[in-house]
Design a protein around this ligand. Structure first.
Ligand code: NAD
Length: 522
């Protein structure tokens, strides 16, 4: 287990991935600081819950207004720290969060309203049952660097509005974006004890799991997700895991090649391919294959790679040298095994040390790393298929199951295929944007994780359901002690009354069981 000494001696450095400029150096939180943050959150949380939904929604509205007013400033912070083009920072980070706040403001009332649970069984007719949804208490959130604002924000907002306190451990690569989120929430009226950002590397995340949080939302890689799940299992900590993907795109034989190729290029290169929902495998019907590859090649060559703050930039740098090496290794491996690099396939040192050329690759095969390991870089492998059944098999040939997309002029056919794909979400004639729709649940199957964020399902993960059952009569119940032979006969008759097919047996059952109502109880 990590000690204070180990953690506190470390510092994290936020760097601009486009230029290498040091943006800020920050001391990591020690184990005791993480524990204290959780203790403060626990002490303050009941007050936050008692504040009531109306007041929490008012605070959320203020946050939304503050973020709207500072949209350009916040987008610039994200671009400097994560490298993505300003347009992407505005749309996939700021806009996504504004809209997530809108969804929570509109829906928190209906989610948190008590829900009646009517009983159909005759023995429960004198009972009223209902469901209340209570905050878990303190929610821990561990988040990655690729959407350094929108991922922690969507989860934090849902946790806060439902009455939880939050301790957030953002990625060590993008701490400033998370601090920006916290600043906006504090300015809106969220007390500091109700939201604490603890900064640090994996050890700070591990310390958060060992602390007294009530539920954990982890977003990150499969490898870390497994470690997190093991640590959480040791103390039966409930977790939602949003992990990696190897998302497939299908281009059916009736698809519009121009539309589908634009989609594939955007889906693979957006955020320099560092999106959990990035297109990492593109399967195209043989009849369109050559035309599709040529169209993608032309479009990729037109992309402007550069610094995110330049308004003309389409594709920014990779977050780190480590991430770049993963992409490079996969391309080298594919080349060595006979793949054809149609466009790109190399670094762009003239732009900076972390730029990689958007890459189109064909003639790939199942054994290549890029076909089964997550790439998380600007890489589009295109593979032909012959018929729909084969396409479905190819898509499902993966341990991941985050999302997939189908391009076709026949929506019904696309929807039919969607049902056969192993994925948490399937989009027809679009991709990636499901993450930006706050109504849509987000999460995957298989190695892509457990549970959901976003939408009503995501909100439900933030609350603990409690069933309340209230009996109108404070009398001894028929089924209480003592048992005995007569009671057993009566209960057998009661089962007949409820479930026998024939009316005669039902009638006889009701007569024979009626005596149980008057029997003497302990
Ligand atoms: P990562 O797993 O390296 O780190 C994620 C977070 O976990 C970071 O904050 C890190 O400090 C922390 N961490 C590391 N070790 C830990 C430990 N032992 N205990 C607790 N916390 C620990 O992932 P990353 O490189 O930051 O992010 C990229 C990955 O995230 C990709 O695999 C991507 O697909 C995935 N991702 C998934 C989604 C989704 O919604 N499914 C969204 C975004 C990113």
């Amino acid at each position: 287990m990590a000690t204070d000494l180990q953690i506190a001696s470390q510092r994290i450095v936020s760097l601009n991935p486009a230029t290498g400029e040091v943006l800020r150096e920050i001391e990591c939180a020690g184990e005791s600081e993480v524990r204290d943050a959780v203790a403060r959150a626990r002490a303050a949380q009941p007050g936050w819950a008692e504040l009531g939904l109306r007041r929490r929604i008012e605070i959320l509205r203020k946050f939304q207004a503050g973020l709207y007013a500072r949209k350009s400033e916040v987008a610039a912070v994200i671009t400097r720290e994560a490298g993505k083009p300003l347009a992407e920072a505005l749309v996939t980070e700021v806009l996504v969060v504004l809209d997530a706040a809108r969804f929570l403001i509109d829906n928190a009332w209906s989610l948190l309203r008590d829900e009646p649970v009517p009983h159909a069984n005759i023995v429960a007719k004198l009972k009223s049952g209902w469901l209340v949804r209570e905050p878990h208490g303190v929610i821990g959130i561990i988040s990655p660097w690729n959407y350094p604002f929108s991922i922690p924000a969507t989860e934090t907002l849902a946790a806060l509005v439902t009455g939880n306190a939050v301790v957030l451990k953002p990625s060590e690569l993008t701490p400033i974006s998370a601090l920006e989120l916290a600043r906006l929430l504090y300015e809106a009226g969220v007390p500091e004890e109700i939201l604490t950002v603890v900064l640090g590397e994996g050890l700070a995340g591990a310390a958060l799991i060992e602390s007294k949080i009530d539920k954990l939302f982890f977003t990150g890689s499969v490898a870390t997700g497994k470690r997190v799940a093991e640590a959480a299992a040791r103390r039966l900590l409930p977790v939602v895991l949003e992990l990696g993907g190897k998302d497939a795109m299908l281009v059916l034989d009736d698809a519009d090649v121009d539309v589908a190729s634009s989609a594939a290029v955007w889906g693979a290169m957006m955020n320099a391919g560092q999106t959990c929902l990035s297109v990492e495998r593109c399967y195209v019907h043989r009849s369109l294959y050559d035309q599709f590859v040529a169209s993608c090649a032309k479009k990729i060559q037109q992309l402007k790679v550069g610094i995110g703050t330049d308004s003309g930039t389409d594709v920014g740098p990779l977050i780190s040298e480590r991430q770049l090496r993963i992409v490079e290794t996969q391309v080298d491996d594919a080349r060595a095994l006979g793949a054809n690099v149609v466009v790109g396939g190399h670094r762009l040192p003239e732009l900076g040390s972390q730029f990689y050329a958007p890459t189109l690759i064909t003639n790939v095969s199942r054994g290549m790393k890029l076909m089964h390991e997550e790439t998380f870089g600007p890489l589009l492998p295109v593979i032909p298929f012959t018929n729909d059944a084969e396409a479905v098999k190819l898509v499902n040939d993966s341990e991941f199951g985050l999302a997939a997309s189908v391009f076709t002029r026949d929506r019904k056919r696309g929807e039919g295929i969607a049902k056969q794909l192993n994925a948490g979400a399937v989009m027809i004639n679009d991709l990636l944007s499901c993450f930006a729709m706050p109504e849509a649940p987000h999460g995957g199957t298989g190695a892509s994780g457990i549970g959901r964020t976003h939408g009503l399902m995501g909100m439900r993960e933030m609350v603990c359901p409690k069933y309340i059952d209230s009996d109108m009569l404070a009398i001894k119940k028929v089924w209480w002690y003592p048992y005995g032979e007569a009671f057993t006969r009566q209960m057998s008759a009661f089962v007949e009354m409820l479930f026998a097919r024939s009316a005669a047996r039902k009638m006889s059952g009701s007569l024979k069981s009626a005596a149980s109502l008057w029997r003497k109880k302990l």
